[in-house]
Design a protein around this ligand. Sequence first.
Ligand code: ADP
Length: 270
Amino acid sequence: GAGTFVHARVAPLGDKHVLLLVEDMTQARRVEQVRRDFVGNVSHELKTPVGGLALLAEAVLDAAEDPVAVRRFASRMQVEAERLSALVKEIVDLSRLQAQEVLIDPELVDVEDVVDEALDHLRVAANAKGVSLADKCADDLYVLGDHTLLVTAVRNLVGNAVAYSGEGTRVGVGARLVGDRVEIAVSDQGPGIPAEEQGRIFERFYRIDAARSRATGGTGLGLSIVKHICANHGGDVSVWSSGGHGSTFTIRLPAAQETLAAEREPHERE
Ligand code: ADP
């Protein structure tokens, strides 16, 4: 097709035939472009906190005679350094996820455990904001995958729901079986996401409102990480939101109920 780049190789095969190998390089070029954009984005995103730290260090030096000011600048340096290290961790996580398209050694994961663990991480933050957390998981829901990665995915969604919600609102997490899929839905009563932004928020470093997002401590990588984790598990993530009435993010993963039944069977036959 237009813009397609084909790479052909001829390999001898016996004395009468040759093997013609035709590779579509479009995919390879796209991967290379994605990698280059990523490196560009990363250096851009790192400049802000690193620049901030440099300015604060300068302020500390200038204020050396004023211990109160030194303490104030030093504690801001601490916050900035923590943010920087969270950003670096997410960048590393995301580049690992991008490189590894299929999971090695998936295990049977209990979805309720995943949700419980994700919520445990966010109780303190939710309490501090006056946001209530509620969960409703069906029993015996299983998927094949990586427990830790799935906790990260759910935690990122619940973390956003809490971060973008106002005081006195409710964040709900539910999990259920729909056909052959496990659905984990996270809904909030926050500002919602305009229709024209819904496709873009899963892109790396994309934020609807950079200033607001930075104030909430966001990196713009959270949803991109969720998207990659879901893809690695053979599933996907989507958002539903209409006109300022909150948002619902839904993760859909292939259910492993049958795998579980097969694993149980030998014991039951004993
Ligand atoms: P961030 O670290 O900025 O939260 P994400 O990738 O997690 O990055 O999210 C991308 C953007 O999507 C956010 O900056 C925010 O604008 C928007 N967003 C994500 N979750 C929600 C939500 N629950 N309610 C409103 N906006 C959201």
